[in-house]
Design a protein around this ligand. Structure first.
Ligand code: HEC
Length: 113
């Protein structure tokens, strides 16, 4: 491999990484809209049929936001969430990577009004 080729490959790797990194926020919104909005609502207020049935809180409310701890939210998405009676509120999101879950937790915080 000659020097120019090597440089091109290194640049491609660097830019590829940067693109993947900045895609985080946009990807989180996409995941939110696809996986979460049917219960929590696109705006996070939880004003959906499922949200009302399951008791989704209003994520636009600063008081509710103050109770959402990143580690607990991460665990809820990774392992699922049940209420005190053992009824499933959220299933584990197995298809999401840890980074995707972290990006979603960060996204949830942006829903605060
Ligand atoms: C089947 C309906 C449903 C879906 C789909 C759903 N949730 Fe939930 N979620 C709930 C319910 C019900 C609760 C418990 C009440 C509350 O905190 O709003 C909850 C709680 C949460 C909490 C609070 C956890 C805590 O520790 O207090 C977060 C954060 C959250 N959901 C994020 C998400 C994200 C992100 C997605 C999409 C990947 C998602 N939810 C998908 C129903 C759902």
């Amino acid at each position: 491999m000659d020097q120019t080729m090597k440089k091109i490959l290194i640049l491609a790797a660097v830019f590829g990484f940067a693109a993947a990194y900045t895609a985080g926020a946009a990807e989180a919104k996409e995941n939110w809209d696809n996986l979460c909005a049917k219960c929590h609502g696109a705006d996070g207020a939880g004003q959906t049929k499922m949200g009302a049935k399951l008791g989704c809180k209003d994520f636009t409310d600063a008081k509710v936001q103050a109770d959402i701890k990143d580690d607990a939210a991460f665990k809820a998405l990774k392992e699922g969430l049940k209420n005190d009676d053992g009824k499933t509120l959220m299933k584990p999101f197995d298809a999401l990577s840890d980074d995707e879950i972290k990006a979603l937790v960060a996204y949830v915080h942006t829903l605060k009004k």
